[in-house]
Design a protein around this ligand. Structure first.
Ligand code: ADP
Length: 300
């Protein structure tokens, strides 16, 4: 039995780090570049595996050089490639990332590629895997009908479901009753609730709205400020780790992966959130996304 199944995408992240993120029409001379694994789903699966969790990754890639990078990355991180569909008619996705080296903040353009053609009838074998998992974790980077079908199947089979609603986009009402944990960042939380979040009170207001939609538990990640959790009764606010962030790309993925991992170990919620907060903070210390996910040994 797989403990945690992740549905999502792999993309090759091509990141450029420099003294600022260039404005429109501007050229700057940057400092460093990196080509490495990215895509929220793949990053989250890597985070889980590096913490020692047993995870399966459901995805689709092309038969090209970035597809090779995907397979190598998964193997290196001890994640099975059995549930990754390879399609020679599709391109593996890429993301162009611009990083400000002073703050670690970024601007990203993702070309999803192969997984944008994913269909419900293509993943029958993978559906069985979801049914036998303890936790199902996904985002909004694969087609919505596939995401909803998998969330519904997971919920019906008694899995704990986590939706990291990123990148923010419209979801139908059907989604809400199938979500146990909803984990937007501040911008995504504003997208779904209309509440601009600048403090804990705003986060509570946004979380309240989400709970009223039928979501069971809400975790709003607040970047360098930390996180806010609300389940309709219990409220938890945790400050972020005090680290000097180099690149925050993938911090949310480290957070979601670690949350899924600790929930699979049936730890109390506060402990799960503490671990996720710590793992996410550590992930900001390295350039890149998938490659920046910390290992269990980095936690001490
Ligand atoms: P996303 O990467 O999805 O935009 P956030 O920016 O909210 O998500 O970051 C997710 C989590 O990563 C935060 O809740 C926090 O735990 C951690 N984090 C992000 N930025 C920093 C930072 N500058 N310092 C310490 N921790 C950070």
């Amino acid at each position: 039995m797989s403990e945690i199944t992740v549905l999502g995408i792999f993309v090759a992240d091509i990141s450029f780090s420099g003294h600022k993120i260039p404005s429109i029409g501007e050229t700057i001379l940057g400092k460093k570049y990196n080509v490495g694994p990215g895509g929220k789903g793949c990053n989250q699966a890597i985070a889980i595996s590096r913490l020692g969790g047993k995870t399966n990754f459901i995805s689709k890639i092309g038969k090209d050089s970035y597809g090779e990078l995907a397979l190598k990355t998964l193997e290196k991180n001890k994640i099975s490639t059995k549930n990754v569909i390879q399609d020679s008619n599709q391109q593996t996705g890429v993301a162009g990332i611009l990083v400000d080296q002073n703050t670690g903040k970024n601007a990203i353009n993702v070309i999803v590629g192969a997984p944008s053609s994913l269909k419900v009838n293509e993943i029958e074998k993978q559906i069985d895997l979801i049914k036998s998992s303890k936790i199902f974790l996904t985002q909004l980077e694969v087609p919505k009908d596939v995401t909803l079908h998998c969330l519904k199947t997971a919920k019906e089979s008694g899995c704990i479901t986590i939706l990291n609603p990123a990148p923010a986009s419209e979801i139908s009402k059907d989604y809400y009753s199938n979500i146990d944990y909803f984990t937007p960042n501040e911008t995504e939380a504003e997208f779904y609730t209309g509440v601009k979040i600048s403090n804990q009170r705003d986060a509570k207001k946004a979380a309240d709205k989400l709970i009223n939609l039928g979501i069971k538990k809400v975790v709003i990640t607040l970047g360098e400020k930390g996180l806010f959790y609300f389940d309709g009764k219990e409220e938890i606010y945790l400050k972020a780790s005090n680290v000097k962030a180099v690149d925050t790309t993938g911090a949310g993925d480290a957070f979601n992966g670690a949350l899924a991992f600790s929930l699979s170990k049936e730890k109390p919620i506060k402990e799960c959130l503490k671990l996720a907060n710590k793992v996410a903070g550590l992930s900001t210390l390295k350039l890149g996304a998938g490659d920046a996910m910390p290992f269990i040994g980095d936690l001490d």
